[in-house]
Write a protein of this length. Structure first.
Length: 204
């Protein structure tokens, strides 16, 4: 079996991780598979919607990271996995799963993936996307209103109560583990090009 490369792409909420992942995926096509840490938010079927809205989704404990670690291990060993599906409009997992096949390059992305030692140990390349806080907030507002059925008030409240303090406590400090730092997110084509050139060594 050909060796599989695992790339971790971290950074603050709305820093441009998804844009970078999309550009890399367009460049390499079917040789890459992407797994998002967001898919591994813990299920809370025991709580009503009103209570789920109040949970801190920016703390490491909000994620079932152990399951993600096991799924990445399976993919690295050439096995297919079933990853969870999370619905942001209801703040909960749905019952369906998504089947993912192993590829030459596995991209793991999320705000807190570099905070996890177990995930870091599986990564061959660790990337941190570094974007100004004001820019991230503006992007988050647009994204959450358009894609996640959120109001302006709920986005700003969540940002002040959990996103910003958790970024400062967990996300920003994890930057020290990165092998490559890409400032300005998806706008930094030079940084993306450097990452793509490095990945060519794995994809061929």
């Amino acid at each position: 079996m050909e060796e599989i490369c695992v790339v971790g792409i971290a950074g603050g909420s709305a820093s441009g991780k998804t844009t970078i992942v999309q550009k890399i995926k367009e460049f390499f096509g079917n040789d890459i598979v992407v797994i998002s840490h967001d898919s591994y938010y813990k299920a809370h079927d025991e709580l009503p919607y009103e209570e789920r809205c109040k949970l801190n989704y920016d703390h490491p404990d909000a994620f079932d990271t152990d399951r993600m670690v096991e799924d990445v291990k399976r993919l690295k060993s050439g096995r297919t996995v079933e990853i969870p599906v999370y619905d942001f409009s209801i703040y909960n997992r749905v019952h369906e799963t998504l089947r993912v096949e192993p590829k030459r390059v596995i991209i793991v992305e999320g705000i807190l993936i570099l905070d996890s030692l177990k995930l870091r140990e599986l990564m061959d390349i660790k990337v941190y996307v570094d974007t100004d806080a004001d820019e991230r907030l503006m992007r988050r507002l647009k994204r959450d209103m358009a894609q996640r059925a959120r109001s302006v008030e709920s986005v700003l409240s969540q940002y002040a109560q959990t996103v910003k303090p958790m970024h400062e406590q967990f996300v920003e400090p994890s930057k020290k583990y990165a092998d490559i730092i890409i400032p300005r997110g998806g706008e930094n084509q030079t940084g993306i090009n450097i990452l793509q050139e490095h990945l060519k060594l794995w994809v061929g």
